[in-house]
Design a protein around this ligand. Structure first.
Ligand code: NAD
Length: 213
């Protein structure tokens, strides 16, 4: 059994992760940290093998530091902070992914491939209006994988979950690659995979779900 604690457990993603971990036969949910539950991350680490973090751009790094210092592996889904800050954290393994949905990973891969063949590209990312960061971590990562310098447009509206279009243009043609997460369940297979694998990583940190596939 993998003992899992969740940081941001009262949030939109954290609640979904708690349900998925509870339903997984090989995992046990041992802690739910969130200021809204009056429980701090430090209070849930003792029994945990893995901490899953879906919190905020200003708290994820400090949570990861606390966890690895306690020998607890970390799976980070939080976006909007500088992932290079995870370099050098030691004591346990760190895995982070800006997007845990398999369709989004494929969208990024296809966009990187297409960028090698078409003259120009722009990214439109669309998210729910409570999202704190812009551009999204997924859009920033896509632009990086496409070689950088790709303009990103951010749309924030109620009714949306997480969506992205990569539009590539060349003489007389465009190519649009689009991914839609219409439900937060789309991220759960990726999160559970990362929880199962984070303890056996050969280096740390590892960034991107594609590294585990
Ligand atoms: P949310 O606002 O619904 O939830 C965040 C929760 O974190 C809140 O309940 C808040 O009280 C809690 N929190 C704040 N500080 C904390 C701390 N120090 N310790 C523990 N909990 C703390 O946000 P959300 O929509 O669930 O998104 C959370 C993060 O996940 C965002 O950064 C978002 O961009 C990211 N996200 C990533 C993916 C992915 O696939 N990687 C998918 C969706 C969302």
């Amino acid at each position: 059994m993998i003992a899992v604690a969740v940081a941001g457990a009262a949030g939109r993603m954290g609640e979904t992760v708690c349900r998925a971990v509870t339903a997984a036969q090989d995992m046990e949910l041992v802690g739910r940290a969130d200021p809204r539950l009056s429980t701090a991350v430090a209070d849930v680490l003792e029994e945990a093998d893995v901490l899953v973090d879906f919190t905020t751009p200003t708290t994820a790094l400090a949570n990861a530091r606390l966890a690895v210092a306690a020998g607890v592996h970390v799976v980070i889904g939080t976006t909007g902070f500088d992932l290079s800050e995870l370099e050098g954290l030691s004591g346990a393994n760190v895995f982070a992914a800006p997007n845990f949905a398999i369709g989004a990973v494929l969208m990024m891969k296809f966009a990187a491939e297409a960028a090698r063949h078409m003259a120009a590209a722009e990214i439109v990312e669309l998210h729910h209006d409570r999202k704190l960061d812009r551009p999204s971590g997924t859009a920033a990562r896509t632009a990086e994988l496409m070689g950088g310098g790709v303009p990103i447009h951010s749309v924030r509206l109620p009714g949306l979950v997480a969506h992205q279009e990569v539009i590539l243009g060349d003489v007389g043609q465009t190519l649009t690659i689009r991914h839609d997460s219409t439900d937060r369940e789309s991220f759960m297979p990726g999160v559970l995979l990362a929880i199962r694998r984070v303890g056996e990583l050969e280096r740390t940190p590892v960034i991107g779900l594609e590294q585990l596939l």
